[in-house]
Design a binder for this molecule. Structure first.
Ligand SMILES: Nc1ncnc2c1ncn2[C@@H]1O[C@H](COP(=O)(O)OP(=O)(O)O)[C@@H](O)[C@H]1O
Ligand SMILES: [Mg+2]
Length: 379
């Protein structure tokens, strides 16, 4: 039985753990807090700060896993580079994990590979941010180089807004680099995630594109297949293939693109693991993104991936000021529609707008309707 050290134990890690357990793996789930979703279904767990170099090395040496599988960005990736050099398998590869830990490294890589991106620059102070935003000359998006789910991310169109964005980014960042990416605001028609599978042999395969909608920089709902023209699909596939081959290794990647009016495909970001917008694949595909990641990381042959039915996912969120314990109410009402399914993540406590579950349904309309009937109540 292969032993997997899972670094990050949120909802994506939980579903991945279930997929890995189904095919006979032993999973040790790690995160900074007790009883995280993946820990509820794993064999063992370790609670520690994964940005702590010594602690992370200690946990790797203690368990000696066959595979180290990151689920979040906030990991001391230098330890993973060393681990790979010492013969450990890091999924998809230490290079991929290291380059995607911070937004700047992966964006620079995309530019180097000739992908189309929004105009962008970096800033390490308020003054520098204002200077760079003025050079870009349009409304801009400002994001800490290390953050996820829209944390610390905002838009700015004036000097006052840029000052507020700088403060907001510092409050929302992870890690210790006071650095933001400032990028041209793209008035896109729609955005997609292209789940891209890289096998050990170097073979690249794609799932059907997933359309998604974000609020506060955080995913609200997604659907698959997204209605993209053949030109868009071809452009996105070419760009994603270039990126994953450069990063190397094996696993599934979530590659995000903005599509503009002229059908230009603009690279936004990449996660070297299953993607939150890809939860819809639990409903639509014969093998979900988690089943695929599990098999491919183990070096198993990739099964034929098919869409069984089109579908949509919609998040179940906590309120803005939420904290502490909670219950989820209204699920029975939501399930009056016989085609609706759902997942509750089992997060042990609430935070502002924390994602606690997801509704899965055949259409976006049904997913939204069902999600509207479900409430997260603090107790
Ligand atoms: N330059 C931009 N122009 C327009 N919208 C953007 C831009 N950057 C980010 N967004 C919006 O914010 C969302 C989250 O940004 P992203 O860079 O993917 O951050 P995260 O890592 O938190 O997912 C995007 O999916 C998109 O909707
Ligand atoms: Mg994103």
């Amino acid at each position: 039985m292969k032993k997997i050290l899972l670094l990050g134990s949120g909802e994506l890690g939980k579903e991945l753990t279930i997929s890995l357990k189904r095919i006979g793996c032993v999973v040790i789930a790690c995160d900074a807090y007790k009883n995280a979703p993946a820990m509820q279904v794993s064999d063992k767990n370790e609670v520690f700060n994964m940005l702590d170099k010594e602690k992370l090395s200690e946990v790797i040496n203690k368990h000696k896993p066959d595979y180290i599988v990151p689920e979040v960005e906030a990991i001391e990736t230098n330890v993973l580079i060393d681990a790979e050099q010492n013969g450990y398998n890091v999924i998809p590869s230490a290079k991929a994990v290291n380059l995607t830990m911070n937004r700047d490294r992966i964006r620079d890589r995309a530019k180097h590979l000739g992908l189309k991106t929004a105009n962008f620059a970096y800033a390490e102070s308020e003054e520098e941010l204002i200077l760079e935003a003025n050079k870009i000359g349009t409304k801009v998006a400002v994001k800490p180089v290390m953050s996820s789910s829209g944390k610390g991310q905002s838009y700015a169109n004036s000097e006052d807004e840029l000052k507020a964005s700088w403060k907001f980014a510092l409050n929302g960042m992870r890690g210790n680099r006071k650095r933001v990416i400032v990028e041209e605001f793209i008035d896109f028609e729609y955005e997609i995630t292209l789940l891209t599978i890289l096998e050990k042999s170097g073979k690249v395969t794609f799932c059907d594109p997933i359309g998604h909608f974000q609020k506060r920089g955080d995913y609200q709902y997604s659907w698959q297949p997204a209605e993209c023209s053949q030109v868009v699909v071809k452009r996105a596939q070419e760009a994603a293939k270039k990126m994953v081959i450069d990063l190397g290794g094996s696993g599934i990647f979530g590659v995000e693109f903005f599509i503009d009016k002229k059908e230009e495909v603009i690279f936004s970001e990449l996660s070297p693991r299953p993607h939150d917008t890809g939860m819809v694949t639990m409903f639509t595909q014969n093998f979900s993104q988690f089943d695929i990641h599990a098999r491919v990381l183990l070096g198993m042959p990739l099964p034929e991936i098919k869409i069984n039915q089109s579908g949509a996912s919609h998040v179940i969120l906590a309120e803005e000021n939420a904290s502490g314990n909670y219950i989820i109410d209204g699920v029975e009402d939501a399930l009056e529609d016989k085609n609706v399914d759902y997942r509750i993540f089992g997060k042990p406590f609430l935070k502002s707008y924390r994602r606690v579950g997801v509704v899965l349904a055949p259409t976006l309309e049904k997913a939204k309707k069902a999600a509207n009937k479900i409430f997260v109540k603090e107790i």
